[in-house]
Design a protein around this ligand. Structure first.
Ligand SMILES: [Zn+2]
Ligand SMILES: [Zn+2]
Length: 284
């Protein structure tokens, strides 16, 4: 199983691109994690067609994570490519995996574009299901005070993951991903993907023994009401954790801080980097 970064930068990054990565499972099926506003161009530049993609995972709704999704939905709906027919011509819909509270916000954001479908009797009857095969969780953990599950568990083909609500913007559903990378159901190793998150040392330490690699949101800018992975908090983590962490979603000031980060054992994600999720090591 591998993970390839298309975009590795934060919300305002121009140099490293907004978030979009591709996971390739053992059977060769490809999933995207998030689909930021630059995703259509990032995929194009990498020679990847929307029609190569089996499914989409969404961590939360911010433009740098989902504003490429309309392009994905309409391209698959109306166009054929790489031998895959359009959805209107009976082609397969890409799968969609996200926590149900996030899914609701995805639809709130996309509805104004996606509800219009070429059906004369019902021109505004489009839903997420029109464009995507929405995967329901097979398990939901205890409800949070906000009214949604603290974590939802998904399985689709060879993909197994937990979308866990983690701290980003207060009151907003936003999830990290625990992606199963074990060799079988008994092997519970995961790769962890933060989405956008503040540093949660207890959660990281609890997951560490079975985690091959942590991809962690990182910002070098301190401000009150921090909603990202503050580098100050990241550098205070134990070394055993730091050595498993790949910093991502950084802004364009990365080079000013890079030497210090690498000295502490962190690795840095850049567009085009590929990781083997089983070993947590970078391939290229
Ligand atoms: Zn973001
Ligand atoms: Zn965000």
């Amino acid at each position: 199983m591998t993970l390839r970064f298309f975009g590795a930068g934060g919300a305002f990054s121009r140099r490293y691109g907004t978030t979009c990565s591709q996971i390739t499972l053992r059977d060769g099926s490809r999933w995207l994690i998030d689909c930021g506003r630059q995703a259509p161009d990032q995929l194009h530049a990498a020679g990847v067609s929307w029609h190569d993609i089996h499914g989409q995972i969404i961590t939360h709704v911010h433009g740098d994570h989902i504003f490429g999704l309309e392009d994905f939905a309409f391209s698959r709906y109306f166009h054929a490519d790489r031998g895959v027919p359009s959805v209107v011509d009976g082609g397969p819909r890409p799968l969609l995996v996200c926590h149900r509270a996030v899914r609701e916000e995805v639809w709130q954001t996309m509805a104004a574009a996606l509800r219009y479908v070429p059906e004369p009797e019902a021109p505004t009857s489009g839903t997420l299901d029109t464009y995507f095969e929405v995967v329901e969780p097979f398990q939901a953990d205890a409800l949070l005070p906000e009214g949604w599950a603290s974590a939802e568990h998904f399985e689709s083909g060879q993909l197994r993951l937990v979308a866990r609500d983690t701290e980003h913007v207060p009151g907003k559903p936003s999830t990290s991903l625990e992606i199963h990378v074990g060799d079988g159901p008994q092997d519970d190793r995961i790769a962890w993907w933060s989405g956008d998150v503040t540093v949660m040392p207890e959660l990281l330490e609890q997951l560490e023994p079975r985690t091959t690699v942590f991809f962690h949101d990182c910002t070098f800018t301190e401000y009150p009401g921090q909603v990202h992975g503050s580098f100050q908090a990241l550098e205070a983590l134990p070394e055993s954790l730091r050595r498993k962490i790949v910093l991502m979603h950084h802004e364009d000031d990365l080079e000013e801080h890079r030497a210090r980060a690498e000295e502490l054992g962190f690795r840095i994600a850049l567009p085009g980097h590929v990781y083997d999720l089983g070993s947590g090591q970078r391939l290229g």
